[in-house]
Design a protein around this ligand. Structure first.
Ligand code: ZN
Length: 149
């Protein structure tokens, strides 16, 4: 395990990093790149595995890895709110645990509220943004994000 000396943690290059989210709204699914569509399909198929009995807000995140594999994670709620796990963090943990040598090319996130598709983009929470940022740093590569309703 690599442990940074305390001084290096505070001088780490990522301390001034920014996180930008831009949205592009498509009116027809045929306008979306076929690979992005395929990633979104994986996310949508994963929604059935979300566990959200308290909020009814199910979320699935799909990753496209550098070798072409797809991974899907979902949100997992808990009666103790602080123990709830986001879909994005779940799938990123899976990528880091099982495919740490592979960069993440793209992420798609989709959600439903009480079984109805959300028709507006959702963005990752602050904790997920931090985890995404560190995964980008690990592979020195930006993760393209494709949120979808
Ligand atoms: Zn989150």
């Amino acid at each position: 395990m690599d442990v940074l000396p305390t001084n290096d943690l505070f001088n780490h290059k990522n301390m001034n990093k920014s996180f930008e989210i831009k949205y592009k709204i498509f009116h027809n699914i045929s306008e979306i790149d076929p690979l992005v569509r395929q990633l979104l399909d994986h996310a949508r198929m994963g929604l059935k595995n979300a566990y959200a009995p308290y909020s009814g807000f199910t979320v699935a995140a799909a990753l496209l890895l550098a070798d072409g594999q797809f991974l899907v994670g979902t949100n997992q709620e808990n009666a103790s709110y602080g123990l709830c796990l986001c879909a994005e963090q779940n799938v990123l943990a899976m990528a880091g645990s099982q495919y740490k040598h592979l960069a993440i090319e793209m992420m798609a996130v989709t959600a439903q509220s009480k079984g109805k598709t959300i028709d507006y983009p959702i963005s990752p929470c602050g904790a997920c943004r931090q985890v995404i940022s560190e995964h980008e740093d690990r592979h020195q590569q930006t993760i393209k994000n494709s949120p979808a309703g």
